[in-house]
Design a protein around this ligand. Structure first.
Ligand code: CMC
Length: 427
């Protein structure tokens, strides 16, 4: 007999079905709760709410497990390329050599921006935040490429996904070049995805940039680690926007804005800002940690996670990669020493231990990006480039779901009860 949970309210007893996932996670299906009892569920922040069933990414927060389509993140970060992982997330399986070649061909074919789109950069002020530019330009790209704004045709999904992935990379690097007064670089088809991005960021007409293989590999790893993370804030945003049948570019543009916040993707830049502030102020790490514990407005950025309550496997991989990249490139970054001291102090402190707060993916990622030469204001853009395949995979999952309904949560209203309109002269 199928398992159920029993709920009794006001004399009515209801058997609620239990849904079990492939990894044994269990959920109570409350779809018919309101019809049967008049009740809804309340879970602000969605800490205990499964918004969907999904087959893309699995996380076990207690054990520190992260898998994309079943593959452990450790194996993917060690052996795969970002483009393979992107394909895996979007299509469900690692590509064969032929499929990978075709995907990379599509990425190259679609990497140019419509020339008219490049003129949009001139309209932004010099100090415009790169995440604002990215989201605006992804929306604008939908105007120039109707396929991005239509996207209900699964036969052309590969091309569509490649178009957006390529475009975002070109837009991101162009916005950086514009922000420092450099000419926009055209992409090079002979370079792989990450190396091409570095070329577009750093090449100058009189000095082409030849990326160091260590840097290319580090960037590949970084993007892989950011590629998906199930129902996080930006991905849930993408899914919700898609549920209204909005286009891929509209949904991804919304996702970019959700990612921007310092509690989400913006944390990678906030970590470096925090470390720089501590260094400038001369405050000791111990004093700073004490301040975090007593001041509700000061957080230890790059620490804590809604789901991981033991360790974030991505942080573990990034910390090791950080050490190795800095060593191979012969870079000594005092920020790395500060970050390691901060981590050591926090991990021995009851405040963090009791609350199960550990370094997350954003704690060390900024230090790798600094080593690669990425400026702090581009950190969250890098996160967006990495997360793109995940967003696209979720967009497709929502679009393909049979009978998919529009996402529309309910609420418990706590405002004024009904009252009559009062003319202005009587208020
Ligand atoms: N520094 C100090 N205290 C913290 C922190 C932190 N970074 N994170 C959580 N806490 C405290 C929080 O104040 C609360 O304390 P109390 O029980 O006394 O009220 C307790 O720990 C539980 O935290 P919570 O607010 O219920 O946690 P949450 O699941 O709502 O928030 C989070 C998760 C990631 C937003 C939060 O830990 C945070 O703000 N971290 C800093 C920002 C950050 O690094 N974000 C990146 C997240 S990982 C990548 C991504 O998703 O983009």
């Amino acid at each position: 007999m199928a398992e159920t949970a029993t709920l009794t309210f006001n004399g009515t007893t209801l058997e609620l079905p239990i849904v079990t996932g492939t990894e044994g996670e269990r959920a109570i299906d409350i779809r018919h709760l309101r019809n049967a009892t008049g009740l809804i569920t309340l879970d602000s922040g969605y800490g205990n709410t499964g918004a969907t069933e999904s087959s893309i990414t699995f996380i076990d927060g207690e054990k520190g497990i992260l898998r994309y389509r079943g593959y452990p993140i450790e194996q993917l970060a060690e052996h795969a390329r970002f483009t393979e992982v992107a394909y895996l997330l979007m299509f469900g399986d690692l590509p064969t050599e032929t499929q990978h070649t075709e995907f990379r061909r599509q990425l190259s074919e679609n990497q140019f921006m419509h020339e008219a789109l490049t003129h949009h950069f001139d309209g932004f002020p010099e100090n415009a935040p790169p995440m604002a530019i990215l989201s605006a330009m992804v929306s604008a790209a939908g105007c120039f490429e109707p396929a991005l704004a239509r996207a209900d045709d699964d036969d052309h999904f590969l091309e569509l996904a490649a178009r957006l992935m390529s475009k975002v990379r070109t837009i991101a690097s162009a916005s950086y070049c514009k922000s420092i007064g450099h000419p926009i670089n055209y992409p090079r088809s002979d370079l792989r995805y990450t190396a091409n991005f570095l070329h577009m960021m750093f090449s100058l007409p009189f000095r082409p940039y030849e990326p160091h293989p260590v840097v290319v590999d580090a960037l590949d790893k970084l993007l892989i680690l950011h590629a998906d993370h199930e129902q996080n804030c930006s991905t849930s945003t993408v899914r919700m926007v898609c549920s209204s049948r909005a286009s891929m570019s509209a949904a991804v543009s919304a996702g970019i804005n959700a990612l921007w916040g310092p509690l989400h993707g913006g944390a990678n830049a906030a970590v470096i800002d925090m470390l720089e502030k501590i260094r400038r102020s001369g405050e000791s790490i111990k004093t700073y940690v004490e301040r975090v514990k007593t001041d509700p407005n000061t957080k230890l950025m790059g620490f804590g996670h809604r789901v991981y309550k033991n360790f974030d496997p991505r942080a573990k991989i990034i910390k090791e990669a950080c050490d190795s990249v800095l060593q191979k490139l012969g870079i000594q970054d005092p920020m790395l020493d500060m970050a390691m001291e901060l981590e050591a102090v926090a991990l021995q402190d009851d405040f963090f231990v009791e609350r199960k707060l550990y370094p997350n993916v954003d704690f060390y990622s900024g230090i790798i990006m600094r080593a690669i030469g990425i400026p702090t204001n581009m950190f969250t853009v890098m996160f967006a480039i990495g997360r793109l395949p995940g967003w696209i995979a979720h967009w497709r999952e929502v679009r393909m779901a049979a009978g998919g309904r529009i996402d529309r949560p309910r609420q418990v209203y706590q405002g004024p009860v009904a009252r009559d309109f009062v003319p202005v002269e009587n208020r």
